[in-house]
Design a protein around this ligand. Structure first.
Ligand SMILES: N[C@@H](CCC(=O)N[C@@H](CS)C(=O)NCC(=O)O)C(=O)O
Length: 208
């Protein structure tokens, strides 16, 4: 089994960096300089036609989109490590729901808020009304996650899984970036601390 991991620190690839560390999977790492445009070179586009990180090559086959990568790594290595629910179990269905929710619903809403407030986006494209709507939706999604964590230490049940990792990585930067206070959501706040406090998280999230 050989894995090559194309990544850039402080990007969507950070979640996969953290996953590989939790799983203890050896891999070759290739740092991609996004500012220099290395992701748009033909040899990289041959692996991921979107020209984005993270991208993995597993035994010669490229795989892109971080959620797809999480699922592939979870299935291959996570079950035996207790970090991904066994196939056919009810927990597997729960894990898939929340993993996809984290990106398709939560991170997408966060991005919409960012696109309407951040100076990284052209002013004429930003809308205060759209930002307000996105922020309202974000608060609602955070309440939904807090309710999920009521009486449960982790999202899929009693133990930490790659789902916790994936969502906590998004919220770790997202909440501070959007300046959202979650002290009124104690379940979420406690879970975020437990999850981002893991040794593998500290290394991956601090990497620059
Ligand atoms: N949906 C993709 C998003 C990947 C993505 O947006 N990656 C950014 C870094 S955070 C990137 O590589 N951007 C380079 C570019 O667009 O040129 C995933 O989850 O893997």
């Amino acid at each position: 089994m050989s894995i090559t991991f194309y990544y850039t620190p402080q990007s969507n690839a950070t979640r996969i960096r953290w996953t590989l560390a939790e799983l203890g999977v050896p891999c070759e790492t290739v740092r991609v300089d996004l500012r220099a445009g290395e992701q748009k070179k033909p040899e990289f586009l041959a692996l991921n036609p979107n020209g984005k990180v993270p991208t993995l090559v597993i035994d010669g086959t490229p795989i892109f989109e971080s959620v797809a990568i999480q699922i592939a790594l979870g299935e291959r290595y996570g079950v035996e490590k207790g970090l991904w629910p066994a196939p056919g179990s009810p927990e597997r269905l729960t894990a898939l729901s929340w993993l996809v929710w984290g990106q398709v619903t939560l991170a997408a809403t966060l991005f919409r808020y960012m696109a309407n407030t951040s100076e990284y986006f052209p002013e004429e494209q930003r809308s205060a009304k759209q930002a307000e709507i996105a922020l309202g939706e974000l608060h609602n999604l955070l309440r939904i996650l807090d309710a999920r964590l009521d009486g449960r230490p982790y999202i899929a049940g009693e133990t930490f899984t790659l789902v916790d990792l994936d969502l906590a990585a998004v919220l770790g930067w997202g909440l501070s970036w959007a300046k959202i206070d979650v002290s009124n959501l104690p379940n979420l706040q406690g879970w975020l601390g437990r999850t981002t406090g893991r040794p593998a998280a500290k290394t991956a999230l601090a990497e620059s």
